[in-house]
Design a protein around this ligand. Structure first.
Ligand SMILES: Cc1ncc(COP(=O)(O)O)c(C=O)c1O
Length: 423
């Protein structure tokens, strides 16, 4: 299993024991980033072994259930609705708001675009829908545009990496169905000017989605930790939908996000329904058909296990690690932050990219087990910092400096890689 497979793998003639399976898992995951130990600064989140256990137990118990039809599983309907209620408070949702539990940030974004498109195709004179968004908004919007036949109008961000609201306004026309802002955007970790974008949306009569996949939980708690958090959520008049990922800073199992709409009417454009099938009437809320109850139960369990004070504590830990790393970079002779982090994401560049190849630094860090995200433009590294990092951030900083010294000495180079893969 450790080598690249050259032969077709076949099902064993007789079943393996659970012990054999467990040791095969040890083998196959040998080179995976050790995210439980805080080595991943991208892709994985950890609030400690007890929280992982709570999520895992809930997942085990409900993993075989199916939220495609909650008539058969009223437990899932109840848990989804309770999760939405709790999340609604974080998001500043009005009493009219209505949402759905989805499989992740991408599905939430896909659904926000589809709902806006279908609402305007139905209720307005729109014929060729487009959405207007900053270059910083997540790639899932490109995916949505490709899947749903919507034109994407990307507008350059300002020099502080925030959306340029005025420039975006210039790109809105009678076919615009949606504009987008992020709380915070991923690449540089800054919060867009949500009130300015909301005003533009109201003025032009278009929908406005706030991507709070990264910030929906953390900003709700950072604002209670004496941090200045600008208006970022549905409390801002003019925001028509917002997404938040529970499998990120909600610290629950993967496959958990929420898309919240300002009202039920808009939400109704998300769902799918047909009665043209020999199997009878078919309806589903999102992209999936069969939808495991595992992530729903895990989200419900983790949110109840942690409670408000648990999330406050975890956000404090993650923020303390973020501040430590950002201060180290701010005063570093060879590095610069692209922006002071508004939440728990930061990115940095080499001051002299000719002398210090930043991707080679990431390569050296990976040799020591640290997984750091790479991006461009500009050539930079990106860290998503969560609660598990508080106990390892000092060690990470020591390794970062040693890796920088190695790259300066050797002149090594590296490349940008990719955020996701097609394999
Ligand atoms: C701001 C933002 N939006 C959306 C997403 C997409 O989320 P997912 O990978 O869960 O589909 C991400 C992922 O990192 C993100 O950072």
């Amino acid at each position: 299993m450790k080598q690249r497979r050259s032969e077709l793998h076949v099902i064993p003639a007789t079943g393996m024991s659970t012990q054999q399976i467990s040791s095969a898992f040890d083998d196959v995951s040998e080179n995976d980033v050790r995210w439980r130990d805080g080595k991943a600064f991208s892709l994985a989140y950890n609030a400690g072994p007890d929280v992982l256990q709570v999520a895992q137990d809930a997942y085990d118990r409900f993993g075989g259930t199916n939220a495609l039809n909650t008539a058969a599983f009223p437990s899932l309907r109840q848990m989804q609705s309770e999760v939405l209620d709790m999340v609604g408070v974080w998001l500043g949702s009005p009493t009219t708001a209505a949402g759905y539990f989805t499989s992740g940030g991408t599905e939430s974004i896909l659904m926000a675009v589809k709902a806006a498109r279908d609402q305007f195709l139905t209720e307005d004179a729109v014929t060729h829908p487009n959405i207007v968004l900053p270059t910083s908004a997540h790639a899932a919007f490109d995916k949505a545009a490709a899947y749903f036949g919507v034109e994407l109008r990307r507008v350059a961000v300002q020099s502080d990496w925030r959306a340029d609201a005025e420039a975006m306004a210039q790109h809105i026309d009678s076919n615009t169905v949606l504009i987008v802002g992020s709380s915070p955007q991923y690449p540089q970790g800054v919060i867009d000017d949500i009130p300015a974008l909301a005003n533009i949306a109201l003025h032009h009569g278009v929908n406005f989605h706030v991507d709070a996949c990264m910030g929906g939980v953390s900003l709700a708690y950072l604002s209670r930790l004496n941090q200045q958090v600008p208006p970022w959520n549905m409390a801002v008049h003019g925001v028509t939908s917002i997404s938040v990922d529970l499998h990120k800073f909600g610290y629950t199992s993967k496959g958990a996000s929420v898309i919240m709409y300002a009202n039920k009417r808009l939400r109704s454009f998300q769902g799918f329904f047909t009665d043209q099938w020999l199997g009878g009437v078919y309806a589903s809320s999102g992209m999936l058909g069969t939808k495991s109850g595992g992530p729903i139960a895990a989200a419900w369990a983790v949110m109840h296990y942690l409670g408000d004070d648990g999330y406050l504590r975890l956000t404090r830990s993650a923020r303390s690690a973020t501040v430590k790393l950002s201060q180290h970079i701010t005063y570093h002779p060879h590095l610069s932050l692209l922006a002071q982090p508004d939440a728990l994401l930061l990115s940095f560049i080499a001051n002299d990219p000719q002398r210090l190849n930043i991707y080679a630094v990431a390569d050296e860090m990976w040799k020591r087990g640290w997984y750091i995200d790479r991006q461009e433009p500009p050539q930079s590294l990106h860290c998503t910092i969560n609660a598990v990092h508080e106990s390892v951030i000092d060690a990470m900083i020591v390794d970062l400096d040693e890796c920088i010294a190695i790259v300066l000495d050797t002149g090594k180079t590296g490349d940008v890689g990719a955020y996701g893969t097609l394999s």
